[in-house]
Ligand binder design. Structure first.
Ligand code: ATP
Length: 455
C-alpha cells in the first residue's frame, strides 16, 4: 500500500515540479518503510538527500498526510544501496545529457523516409535553443522555414564553426514540421550518410529507387555538406536531387562549416545553387549567450548550479557550445557521484585539464600576429597610437577576436594593445559586430581568421 501511495504522490509531484526536476531528484527516491507515523524515504547520496529534504520535504509531508492522516512525518535518509536498485538518476543519460543523446524515432514520417534518414534528437528543439546576438539571424531564418506553409527561401543554408548549433537548428526545424504538419515528409541526414546511401545504390545497381526515395520528400535537410567536397560523383547526384526538389517547390535546408563560396572542392554550379537561397551564419558565441545557454541547460537538468560557477564557465570555455555543455555535464555528474554541492573550487578541480587547455589555447599575442599578417600591417601597429583606418580596423578586429577567443577581460585586452582603455576595446567589439552584420565580405574575413586561430 505504501508503494501505491508513493506512486500517486510521485505523480502529483511530477506535475508540480516538472519533468526535469522530477527525474533528477524524485525518481531516485526509494520508499523504505512506514513506522510510528513516519515514512522513511532513501536517496543514494547525502547531497541528494539534503536537496530533496530542503526543497520538497514539507510538500512530501503534506501530500503523504493527505494520503494517510496517520502519517505525520517524512524522514529522508541516505542509502547508497538505493543506487544499486537501479533507481538512481545518476545512471540516466538525461542527466549527463551530451554523453548519450536519447535519440528517438520521430515518426509520423513515412517508414521508408525514416529508414533513409537519421534519427532526431528530442532535445534539439526550438524551445531548447537559446537565442542571442550571434545566432538570432540563423534562428529567425530556421523558424521561418519551419513555420512557413510555402517555401520561402530555397535552400536555407546555415553555416558556422564547430559546435555552434547548426545541427540543433536543423533538428528543431524537423521537429517543428513533424509536430505541426505531420503530412509533410521530412528527411534529415548527414551529407556523409547521403554519400553512403548513394554508394550502396550504385553497388546494388539500384540508383533508380535511390533517386525516387530522395525526390519524394517534402523537406530535405542535409547536415555538414562540406563532407562531399572533392567527392565528384556524390556531388553530381546531390546536384540533381537538389534541382529536382527545388523545381517541385520542395524545401531544402543545408548546413556546413563554411559559407557556400568558401567550400573548397565543391563544384561551382553547386556552390552557386547553395548560394541562391538564404545564407545564414552562426557567429562565435558571446559571453552573454554562453551564460544564457548554461542557465538553460542547468534548468533542464533540474540541478542547482551557483551563478558564480556559471559565470566562470562562460568566461573560461569560450570555444564552442558543445565543449561548454560537456564541461557543465562533468561538473554536475561529479557533484552527484560524490554527493557534494557544486562550488567554484570543485569546478576548477573537476575541469582542471580542460581549463588548462583553454587557457593555453589562444593568446592575445597569437591573435595580434595572425591579424597583422592577414591585413599585411606591422605587428607593432597593434599597440601603436596611429589611428588611420588602415591600421585601426585590423586592430579592432584583433581586439574583437581577443574578446571572443580568450577569457581575458576588457581592461586586460586594452593593456595588450598599447595600454588602451577598456572602453576602446568595447567600442572595437561593437564596431566589428556592426560591420559584420552589414558587410558580408568583412564578416567572412573575420570568421576565416577566427577559424584559423581555432585551428
Ligand atoms: N543556442 C544554443 N542553445 C542551446 N544549445 C545549443 C545552442 N547552440 C548549440 N547548442 C548545443 O551545443 C551542442 C552542439 O551543437 P550542434 O551539434 O548543433 O553544433 P554544430 O554547429 O552542428 O556542430 P558541428 O560543426 O560539430 O556539426 C548541442 O548539444 C546543442 O544542443
Amino acid at each position: 500500500m505504501i508503494n501505491s501511495q508513493w506512486e500517486r504522490i510521485a505523480g502529483r509531484l511530477r506535475d508540480e515540479v516538472g519533468d526535469a526536476a522530477w527525474r533528477s531528484w524524485l525518481r531516485p527516491v526509494v520508499v523504505h518503510s512506514l513506522k510510528d507515523g513516519a515514512v522513511r524515504l532513501a536517496l543514494p547520496t547525502r547531497f541528494m538527500r539534503d536537496w530533496v529534504a530542503t526543497h520538497y520535504g514539507e510538500r512530501l509531508r503534506v501530500l503523504w498526510g493527505a494520503e494517510d492522516p496517520s502519517i505525520r512525518a517524512v524522514d529522508i535518509v541516505v542509502d547508497a544501496a538505493a543506487t544499486s536498485a537501479g533507481k538512481t538518476a545518476l545512471a540516466k543519460p538525461t542527466l549527463v545529457a551530451s554523453s548519450a543523446p536519447a535519440a528517438i524515432a520521430a515518426s509520423p514520417a513515412a517508414p521508408e523516409v525514416e529508414e533513409l534518414g537519421a534519427q532526431l534528437d528530442p532535445r534539439l528543439t526550438f524551445k531548447n535553443f537559446v537565442v542571442g546576438k550571434p545566432n538570432e539571424f540563423a534562428y529567425a531564418a530556421a523558424r521561418r522555414v519551419a513555420e512557413a506553409a510555402q517555401v520561402s527561401f530555397n535552400p536555407l543554408f546555415l553555416y558556422g564553426g564547430v559546435g555552434l548549433g547548426k545541427t540543433h537548428l536543423m533538428h528543431a526545424i524537423a521537429w517543428h514540421i513533424r509536430e505541426h504538419d505531420p503530412s509533410r515528409r521530412v528527411l534529415y541526414l548527414s551529407a556523409e550518410k547521403f554519400m553512403y546511401r548513394f554508394i550502396r545504390a550504385l553497388r546494388s545497381q539500384d540508383t533508380m529507387s535511390f533517386k525516387e526515395q530522395f525526390r519524394s520528400v517534402d523537406v530535405l535537410m542535409v547536415d555538414d555538406v562540406q563532407f562531399i567536397a572533392g567527392k565528384d560523383a556524390t556531388q553530381e547526384e546531390f546536384f540533381h536531387t537538389f534541382n529536382a526538389l527545388v523545381d517541385q517547390g520542395r524545401q531544402i535546408v543545408i548546413s556546413a562549416d563554411k559559407s557556400p563560396s568558401d567550400l573548397e572542392g565543391m563544384e561551382e554550379r553547386l556552390k552557386s545553387r547553395l548560394n541562391s537561397g538564404l545564407v545564414a551564419d552562426l557567429h562565435a558565441t558571446t559571453y552573454e549567450l554562453r551564460l544564457g545557454i548554461l542557465e538553460s541547460k542547468a534548468e533542464q537538468m533540474g540541478v542547482p548550479v551557483p551563478p558564480k560557477v556559471m559565470e566562470f564557465l562562460a568566461h573560461k570555455i569560450a570555444s564552442n557550445v558543445r565543449e561548454l555543455e560537456g564541461a557543465l555535464n562533468r561538473v554536475v555528474a561529479h557533484s552527484q557521484l560524490v554527493g557534494r554541492a557544486i562550488t567554484l573550487e570543485t569546478t576548477q578541480e573537476v575541469l582542471h585539464d580542460l581549463l588548462r587547455a583553454s587557457d593555453r589555447r589562444i593568446t592575445i599575442e597569437e591573435i595580434q600576429k595572425r591579424v597583422a599578417e592577414h591585413f599585411n600591417i606591422k605587428l607593432a601597429e597593434m599597440g601603436s597610437a596611429r589611428r588611420s583606418r588602415q591600421v585601426a580596423r585590423p586592430r579592432q578586429v584583433a581586439m574583437y577576436l581577443a574578446k571572443q577567443l580568450t577569457s581575458r577581460s576588457l581592461p586586460e585586452i586594452g593593456r595588450k594593445f598599447g595600454g588602451r582603455d577598456h572602453t576602446t576595446v568595447m567600442h572595437a567589439v561593437k564596431k566589428v559586430e556592426e560591420l559584420k552584420a552589414s558587410d558580408q565580405n568583412f564578416s567572412e574575413d573575420v570568421d576565416l581568421l577566427r577559424r584559423m586561430l581555432q585551428g
